[in-house]
Design a protein around this ligand. Structure first.
Ligand code: SAM
Length: 326
């Protein structure tokens, strides 16, 4: 079964957020005071999340990425992942984490059947890391990366949001990481979602990031594998890890977009940056499988052609990535 939108894009990837809570406070992701916590009843139960996953897989979704908030802070996450991996038709289960709890949980995640981990890591310097995350402990994340490999995962892919004047001096250090450790790095353009005062000063394009790396290292393009994301990937010759850029802002890749998103409160979105969202709760409480399948098909059919985040005067309803899951 294939799920195709009105422009012929094959939609086979669901990003499913299991919580909006997070044990970090990255300044570009959420306001300092945090975000108002959702009432317990507003957050979907694991049964409800499984019903969404099962229905989406029945329609043609093949890959699910579990996200948050921070997915590892939700109690019972490992048992939920075990149930998810037993759904026939799910070919690829990945999880995105900030890595703080990975050292303790990597072995259980591997046993549960998670195939890949992405770890968000924006600095390799303790002080900068603590500044960006408002208090995060870099050592714990690095210990988490090691634990993931010991548990049997391939080296986690690292997602790194580069911001001018904050961590752009580390671009080459991250590039060197792909040679030393074998983790692949994906540089993500900073997106103005919180719109903190003076956000424009942080913007640095993926092309500029690549230019700086290419000035120091030779780079060879890398072919994308199945389920590869929207990054353009390169490799320093003989490095085990790759270097990718995700230019969501400067050069949108909407024509290749294969994903839909569901938040932890059951709001489905066909596009990260578009305001349209569809409430799935009426199809979950009580469960209505047919209604849910029909509404998911509608969301895919109505998936916008592209986002307009960079258009002059464009204003979307404020949201934080922690609510949608990135
Ligand atoms: N807690 C998990 C993590 O850290 O990966 C999952 C949720 S987090 C919201 C998902 C991703 O969104 C992270 O890689 C984070 O860096 C990214 N993100 C959040 N706000 C962003 C922004 N303003 N611009 C670019 N990426 C952002």
């Amino acid at each position: 079964m294939q799920l195709t939108d009105s422009l012929g894009r094959n939609i086979n990837y669901l990003r499913l957020s299991v919580t909006d809570r997070c044990n970090m406070r990255c300044f570009y992701c959420m306001p300092k005071e945090g975000i108002a916590k959702k009432e317990h009843a507003a957050v979907l139960s694991y049964e409800e999340l499984l019903l969404i996953a099962e229905t989406a897989i029945g329609l043609g979704i093949e890959k699910i990425r579990i996200t948050g908030g921070e997915p590892l802070v939700r109690a019972g996450i490992v048992g939920f992942l075990e149930k998810l991996t037993s759904i026939p038709g799910l070919h690829h289960l990945a999880l995105t984490t900030n890595g703080l709890l990975l050292a303790e949980m990597a072995a259980d995640l591997h046993t549960a059947g998670v195939q890949r981990l992405n770890v968000s890591l924006d600095s390799l310097r303790s002080a900068t890391f603590a500044e960006i995350t408002r208090g995060g402990d870099l050592k714990r994340v690095l210990a988490g990366l090691d634990a993931a490999e010991r548990a049997g995962f391939p080296p986690p892919k690292i997602n790194c949001v580069i911001m001018a004047g904050v961590n752009d001096a580390e671009i080459l250090d991250f590039a060197a990481f792909t040679r030393e450790r074998g983790n692949s790095i994906r540089f993500i353009e900073y997106m103005p979602v919180v719109k903190e005062e003076g956000w424009q000063r942080y913007c640095i394009s993926g092309e500029e990031i690549l230019r700086r790396i290419a000035a120091r290292y030779p780079l060879e393009p890398v072919d994308k594998g199945a389920f590869a994301g929207p990054s353009r990937d390169f490799r320093i010759p003989s490095a085990r890890g790759t270097i990718g850029i995700i230019t969501a802002v400067s050069g949108h890749f909407c024509s290749e977009c294969n994903r839909i998103r569901v938040t932890s409160t059951g709001q489905a979105k066909g596009c990260l940056f578009c305001d349209d969202r569809t409430d799935l709760v009426p199809y979950l409480r009580p469960p209505d499988r047919e209604g849910l399948a029909a509404v998911l098909r509608q969301i895919v059919a109505a998936k916008p052609e592209r986002h307009h985040i960079t258009r002059e005067g464009y204003g979307h309803r404020n949201f934080t990535m922690s609510q949608v899951g990135g």
